[in-house]
Structures are given as structure tokens and as C-alpha cells.
Design a protein. Structure first.
Length: 309
């Protein structure tokens, strides 16, 4: 399929925020992103929004639906190459999923590289899962029902936390939602890195820059907690929803990982969003595909958490 006309218009208007001319420092990239990102004028109302600082120091923002009984939790991890981004730019998606799926969306403000390189980000996100399991979010959130998800680097971290929980005998996770996730390295030879290297928002050069910030020792690139495609064992992981974008450098590795999860016995639902670019879910929420993807995620979570006899 050709690019969605709305995506063409977006790309023609300006270089998308995730792919400016690469600055020499992460701080300058963050400043460029902040200058280009525009908070939506209106957002969907939810029952409440509260912020909590965990004992580990991690900040989370909890969105609650208007439901009288305790609701499941959906841990949400933002993207940005482990280097930029915050819980603020996913307000639209977080609120939409909170209401439609009747879940508590728990957005994580994890530490960013290069100031805090790997494994700071997965450690922070795992701490949130443990906090929820201990009842830290209060009586409105069911500590025994938690799913996890994220976009781009957040998708990577969602699977990494799922692996950590499995390996450590930690809190069980009901599902993982993986949107345009990072699972390999730019040198792994996936065709989408060549086909969409420039001109489609997220660039191959931007991904190389992000890896330079996140990885302090090249030997870490073999660590499955950094790149899950390096994992020898993908068994006993939660059911997964994988959404990829047709015009995305990360498309092929996300779809390859979905295949490997399936081969390992995990139940996987995978959809390629035709005509879309990286960021269609949480960042470019004016695109027509964005609310469709929010409804897609909400439907998946509703099925995951539906009562069973």
C-alpha cells in the first residue's frame, strides 16, 4: 500500500519530531523534540489522574476509569529511543485506552540515557510492576491483574520486563502490547532499515544515535535484556499484541520477533498498519489510524481481562 494521504501531509508539513537533523547531544535532541511537540488542545476525560513517586524514585501517572470496582492495570512505557520522551506525550492514547478498556493506565517516567544508560530503564519499569503487585496503586487497582505495553523503545522495555518477571519469579503479567518495538540493532540486516532509512519520520541514523546513548559497552548488545532478539529462550512469556507500521525502519524486526514468540508457544496477535509510519499510535494522534489503534489495543486488553468461568 502507498503512504496514507494523512501521513503524506504530515511528512510534507515538517520533519516529524523524532527525526530532526541529528544534534551532537541528547540534551539538544530533547530540546528539539520539546519545541516541535504540541500538546493536544483537548483530551478525553477520565475519572482521575494522579501521580506517585515509588520508593525507588520512579514517577508514575495513573489514569483511572469511572468504574466502581477495582480495575486491572496496564503499565504504559513511552518511546523515544530510551533517550527522549516522557509520560506527557502519550496523554491521548493513555486516556482513550483507560476509558475504552476500563483499565488503570500506569504511565512510567523511567530514567533516560545517556545520563542513565542500560539497565536503568528496565530496572525502573520492573520496579513499577512490583509496586503494582504490592498494592501500591491503592484499592481502585487490582494488584493481581497487570498487563504491560509500550511504543518503540517502550515496546522493547515491555518485553524485557516480561522476561525479567519470568526469570526472577516476579509478578505475573497477563499480556504485553508491543507497538513498533525495538528488538534488534541497525546492523542486523533487516530490509526495512534499508527501505525506510530516511524520509519516513524515524530514520536509521536516529536509531543509531539512540543506541549510542543507551549502550555504554558494546558487549551489552548481546544481552537479551537489551535486545530480546538475542534471547535463546522466549518461552513462558505473556500473550502479545504486536502492531507494526508499514513504513518504519523497525517493521521487520517487530514482525520477526512476533514469529519467534509464536514459535516459542506464545499466543500472538500481529497486525501491520498499512500506509503508516513510526509513531502513528501515541505521537501523531491527528492521524486517522491513531484512534483506530487505540481501540485495537483496548479491545485486546478487554479480552485479556474478561472474566473467565
Amino acid at each position: 500500500m502507498t503512504l496514507d494521504p494523512a501521513v503524506k501531509e504530515l511528512l510534507a508539513r515538517s520533519a516529524p519530531p523524532e527525526a530532526p537533523a541529528m544534534p551532537p547531544t541528547a540534551a539538544e535532541l530533547r530540546a528539539a523534540f520539546a519545541a516541535s511537540w504540541r500538546r493536544p488542545e483537548t483530551v478525553e476525560q477520565v475519572a482521575s489522574v494522579t501521580e506517585h513517586v515509588l520508593p525507588s524514585g520512579v514517577l508514575v501517572r495513573v489514569y483511572l476509569p469511572d468504574v466502581a470496582t477495582p480495575v486491572p492495570a496496564f503499565v504504559w512505557i513511552h518511546g523515544g529511543g530510551w533517550t527522549i520522551g516522557s509520560i506527557d506525550e502519550n496523554e491521548v492514547a493513555s486516556r482513550a485506552v483507560c476509558n475504552a478498556a476500563e483499565v488503570a493506565v500506569v504511565a512510567v517516567d523511567y530514567r533516560l540515557a545517556p545520563e542513565h544508560p542500560f539497565p536503568a530503564a528496565p530496572d525502573d519499569c520492573y520496579a513499577v510492576v512490583e509496586w503494582l503487585a504490592s498494592g501500591g496503586a491503592g484499592p481502585s487497582v487490582d494488584p493481581g491483574r497487570t498487563a504491560i505495553g509500550g511504543e518503540s523503545a517502550g515496546g522493547n522495555l515491555s518485553t524485557v520486563v516480561s522476561m525479567m518477571s519470568r526469570d526472577r519469579g516476579g509478578p505475573p503479567l497477563a499480556a504485553q502490547v508491543l507497538i513498533c518495538p525495538v528488538y534488534g540493532h541497525p546492523d542486523d540486516g533487516f530490509g526495512s532499515y534499508a527501505d525506510f532509512a530516511e524520509g519516513f519520520g524515524m530514520t536509521a541514523g536516529a536509531m543509531r544515535f539512540f543506541f549510542e546513548q543507551y549502550v555504554s559497552d558494546p558487549a551489552q548488545l548481546d544481552d537479551p535484556y537489551l535486545l530480546p532478539l538475542r534471547a535463546a529462550d522466549l518461552t513462558r512469556l505473556p500473550p502479545a499484541l504486536v502492531l507494526t507500521a508499514e513504513y518504519d525502519v523497525l517493521r521487520d524486526e517487530g514482525e520477526e520477533f512476533a514469529r519467534r514468540l509464536t514459535d516459542a508457544g506464545t499466543r500472538v496477535e500481529m497486525t501491520r498498519y498499512s500506509g503508516q509510519i513510526h509513531g502513528f499510535y501515541g505521537l501523531y494522534t491527528d492521524l486517522p489510524a491513531s484512534p483506530r489503534s487505540h481501540a485495537h489495543v483496548a479491545s485486546f486488553l478487554t479480552r485479556v481481562f474478561e472474566p473467565r468461568d
